[in-house]
Each structure stands twice: as C-alpha cells, then as structure tokens.
Design a protein around this ligand. Sequence first.
Ligand SMILES: Cc1cc2nc3c(=O)[nH]c(=O)nc-3n(C[C@H](O)[C@H](O)[C@H](O)COP(=O)(O)OP(=O)(O)OC[C@H]3O[C@@H](n4cnc5c(N)ncnc54)[C@H](O)[C@@H]3O)c2cc1C
Length: 428
Amino acid sequence: MAASISLKEQSYWVTPHPITTSYKNKTIPTQTDVLIIGSGYTGMTAALTLRKAGVHVTVLDQGQIGSEGSAKNGGMVLTGLSRGMSSVFKKYGAEMARDLFAESLASIDKVESLIQEGDIDCHFERCGHMYVAFKPSHCDYLKHEQEFLVKHLNHKTRLITRENLQEEIGSDFYHGGLVDPLSAGVHPAKYIAGLVRMADEAGVELHEDVKAEKIEKTYGNFKVKTSRGTIIADRVAVCTNGYTSGLTPWQQRRVVPMESYMIATEELPPDLIRKLIPNNRMIFDSKRLLYYFRLSPDRKRVLLGGRPEFYFKSPLEKAYNLQKGLYKVFPELAKYALEYAWYGKVGFTANFFPIIGRRNGIDYAMGFCGHGVAMATYFGCKLADSILGKGLNTRFGQVRSLPIPLYQGNPWFVPVILKIYKYIDKYQ
Ligand SMILES: Cc1cc2nc3c(=O)[nH]c(=O)nc-3n(C[C@H](O)[C@H](O)[C@H](O)COP(=O)(O)OP(=O)(O)OC[C@H]3O[C@@H](n4cnc5c(N)ncnc54)[C@H](O)[C@@H]3O)c2cc1C
C-alpha cells in the first residue's frame, strides 16, 4: 500500500475528464426543431439519431455535458432487465418476456455498433457478468433463473457452485454464481465522451450549464424557458433519468432518484488482481442493498458500488461504509488504500421497467433502474425514431407506467426503504 495515497472525492472515470471541449456560454438558439433536455446516453443517442436524419437538434444540460449518471456509473453493459426474467414472464406472459429480453440483447448490440461507428476508444469488452448469491438460499433462485432462461428464452448461462466459485472470484463471501457471457464492460465516461464527440461532429448544438426551467405548450410547438433565455422548439424530449424534476411533473411522479455510490482502490499488484476477479467479469450480488464490482479497464484497481446503508451520513462516511463492504468481499484489500469515491443518481420506477413514450406532446425516456448503460443508449435511438414519425418501436412502450405511490418530488420514503432492505439482508 502506498502511504501517500489520499482519498479523492471524485470519480475515477473522469480523472482526467475525457470530455475536454467546453460547451459553456455559447449563444443559445431561439429556435430549434428538437430540444433535448439531458446530455447522458439517452439524450446523446437521441440527438445523434435525429441529426443523422437532418433534424436541427439542440441539447441542454444544467451541468457539464455528459457528466452525470452516464459518466459516473459502473460501466456494466448487462443482459436482461433490473428484475428477474422469470418474474417478468409470470406477470406479463411468454411473448412479452421474450420480446423484452430480446430488446435487452439488442441494446448491448446497439452500444457495440455505436462504438464501432464512432471508433470510440472506451474499452468495450464482452467479458460477461456474474450474479452472485449472498445467501445459500439465493442459489436456488440462480438455478431457477438459469433453467428458465434456457428453457423459455433460449439463453445460455452457466451456474457456478460454491466449490467452483474461486475460478471466477477470489472471495469466500458468496455461495454460488450465474455467469452470462454476453454482457460487457465499458469505460462509461469515455463512452459518453465518444457519443458527445459524434453528436458534436454531426452538428448537434450542445449547451452546458443551461437549465430548462419551464415547458409551455403553445400552438403547434413548445416554448422552453431556460436559465439563459427562451427556446421555441417543434418537439421536446426529456432525458433526465435520476435528475428528473418538477419540470415534468408526470414523469417526476414515475421516476424516483436513488443515490448510488462507488469507490475505487489504489493500484493493486497484478497477482492479486488476477486472483480477485480472474476472468474480468462484471459482478453484482443478490443483496437488496447490492454490491456491484469490477476491475478498472486497465486491470489495476477494484471498483465497487452500492446503495448507501445510512441515508443521512455524509458522502465520505458512505464511501467508508462501502469500503467495509469491499473488505468483507475481499479481506485481502484491507491493507490497500481507497483512492476515489463518488456518487450519482439512478432513476427507479415502480415496476422496475424503464419508461418511454409521449405525454402531452413531450417525448421522454428514463427510469433505467441502474441498468441504463445499454438501455439508455437503446431508448435514445427509439425515442428519436418515434420523433421522426417511425412509431414507438419497442415493447417497453406498451408496459403501463405507474406513478410511485405518495411520491410528488420528495423521496421521503427512501431512507425507510433502505432500512427495510438492510433488515432483510441481515435477517431473512
Ligand atoms: C454510481 C452509478 C452506477 C451505475 N452503474 C451502472 C452500471 O454498471 N450499469 C448500468 O447499466 N447502469 C448503471 N447506472 C445507471 C446509468 O448510469 C444510467 O441509467 C444512465 O447513465 C442513464 O443515462 P441518461 O442519459 O438517461 O441520464 P444521465 O446520464 O443521468 O443524464 C441526465 C442529465 O439530465 C440533466 N438534467 C436534468 N434536469 C435538467 C434540466 N432541468 N435542465 C437541463 N438538464 C437537466 C442532468 O444534469 C444530467 O446530465 C449507474 C448509475 C450510477 C449513478
């Protein structure tokens, strides 16, 4: 361990920031064909698709372009949805489950093809993911899911018993695993930086530090008041995910923000790295307050993320709490320092499906429930196709989106839910 390493409260992914162009203080247009609010994967892929079709597109972000969820996440590009496919099958039927799962696979292909198209250097690799069982009883669920996936969705995964777990992870903390080789890993900030570059080169107008404050529907178009003036737009697309606010109350009631924290260790010895995560999998566990972890793309550090156990503590205390989790999973890391800690907001929906569609003329796509690297990319493209008049060509658009009970913009119940989850993880 290097004694000189001190913890930086900043994201490992943006040190240095891969977006070097400034989009600040540019004159904002008074008129545009499509105004996109939010510059993450959803906003940028929507903008790029629209621009390629010859549309004048303006993207606004209240912060730095491409620097929130899409630059801060775990970079896990995952198959499936954020709820188990067998439960989707049970509730929505075989055909719907098959279509939604197929779209989840298509979303990874979309990420891969955009990376190829833009020649984005972002360490995309189909390294597979592993879902690990936190309790012995969770192994039954893994087995059930594996049998379900192959029988009903023709999708092969590999069950790993506790005895064989060391082939995949140098830890005794878990009881079994399910490996899906089709998932991928990516450097999330380099990926969004590549999309921003592609959009910029294609002629999308990008403006940072400009907040959309009010959307008014007028005759045939929209008047959007921003912190830097008013823009008239034929169409407005809201791509604000975990940062969705009272600007769009209908969407706000459906997408609740949850903080997700991540930490990165200092550089570790290569032998230790090879032992901890030998096959470079993207790993997440079956706890309610889950841990997700991976190696950095250069395979020098371990990065671990999770939801905070204690809602009201400071970001630094939450980071040190996650560090305790890291040591439980990998006790050998206790003598190494943490070098980075950061957090961002994830958007959750009531039924754990992302939402996409048009409401009062406003197009939207959000609520990716921590599964948005692939899905936000895909939804951005689908949203653009819909704006271009090609129809909303996704089965997700047919799932009824429900408001979150008692939620009007103040997520007062989140600390309660976290406490309940903590209890379930400990005692059930
Ligand atoms: C710590 C963390 C780890 C995660 N790990 C993973 C993972 O491993 N795999 C995975 O698939 N997903 C993961 N996610 C989720 C994933 O990052 C998101 O689903 C995805 O980035 C969503 O992209 P987006 O474009 O919809 O939203 P964002 O990238 O969050 O962009 C929304 C943008 O809207 C802007 N905005 C909001 N309101 C306004 C306004 N009024 N005016 C102007 N701009 C506005 C915000 O500033 C923000 O930049 C993680 C998220 C976090 C925070």
